[in-house]
Design a protein around this ligand. Structure first.
Ligand SMILES: [Zn+2]
Length: 307
């Protein structure tokens, strides 16, 4: 048997063993995909919530405690999006590597541009589920780019041998995303200033990015179900402003949006806020392809124009 030199051994131990990819758990499918985009086969990624679930209220399976126990990295949306379901799982995993503040804990919101940051006192007491600013920030591709870069940096820190791979994969992602942005901007360009209403406050980043004007919400406050008084007031405003598009997330009861649609003539459009919301939305680019195509055909169908 040949005796390996110390130097050769050092090389051997620095090369990741087969199956020794960085184990990542992401709280959402969007973050899981961004991690895969930059991590490639040097990471093994799982997401806890599914793209068709309301990310504020996820019934997380206890099986995730085991996955969290083995994870090297936990990537979260942050801004208290997961506060109702993730902290107990992380705690019960007893994995010191992924606790808040540890090297294996990445709060993606820290690298993103956050809208609706409250200037006054926190409003969670009134039921508002967005007390630290809007947590649906991944719906602006510019934030997807920032988050992907932060993930690539974090992976390089945890797996220095992969740093060149992560940097190259990020550069490739960045380029593909830029091509996507050109495509999406061109499709949306004719509709700058179009007034829309949304159910939950999921779309401020999306609407700002693509030039839509959100004039109202079906929920009186983020996380608070619609009330008759608020709905009547909203329908009055929609009629006055000629709003023809109502965006609804797939996990809300369609009863109120449908009656608003009937009353005002607005088209109720189920837009998908996350990767995995439909089978065909297998990655971050396809999410925008899907939503923008849906939106543009609805705008054309209703004859809605900016006014
Ligand atoms: Zn929300």
């Amino acid at each position: 048997m040949r005796i390996l030199s110390i130097a050769a051994l050092a090389v051997l131990v620095s090369v990741p063993r087969a199956g020794a990819a960085v184990k990542v758990v992401a709280s959402t499918e969007d973050l899981a995909d961004l991690t895969r985009q930059v991590g490639g086969d040097r990471v093994g990624v799982e997401s806890i919530s599914r793209g068709y679930q309301d990310p504020h209220f996820v019934e997380a399976k206890p099986s995730f405690i085991l996955k969290l126990a083995k994870a090297d990295l936990l990537v979260v949306v942050g801004r208290e999006l997961e506060i109702g379901w993730l902290p107990p799982l992380v705690q019960q995993s007893r994995n010191a590597r992924i606790q808040v503040g540890a090297d294996g804990y990445l709060d993606a919101s820290l690298s993103a541009r956050i809208l609706d940051v409250p200037t006054g006192p926190l409003t969670r007491a009134m039921g508002d589920v967005h007390p630290l600013g809007n947590p649906h920030y991944w719906l602006d591709p510019a934030n997807g780019r920032r988050v992907a870069q932060a993930i690539a940096q974090k992976l390089s820190q945890l797996d220095p041998g992969g740093a060149a791979t992560f940097a190259a994969r990020y550069a490739d992602f960045d380029q593909r995303l830029a091509e996507g942005e050109k495509r999406w901007d061109a499709l949306m360009a004719p509709y700058k200033g179009l007034k829309v209403v949304t159910y939950h406050r999921s779309w401020p980043n999306f609407c700002e990015r693509f030039g839509l004007d959100v004039v109202g919400y079906v929920e009186p406050k983020p996380g608070i179900p619609p009330s008759p008084g608020h709905t009547i007031q909203l329908m009055r405003e929609m009629k006055q402003l000629g709003v023809k598009i109502l965006l609804v997330e797939p996990y809300f009861d369609s009863k109120t949006p449908d009656s608003i649609g009937r009353e005002t003539g607005a088209k109720v459009l189920v837009m998908l806020p996350s990767v995995g919301g439909e089978k065909e939305i297998t990655d971050y680019m396809k999410l925008f392809d899907y939503d923008i195509q849906l939106l543009v055909s609805a705008i054309k169908e209703t004859g809605a124009a900016a006014r």
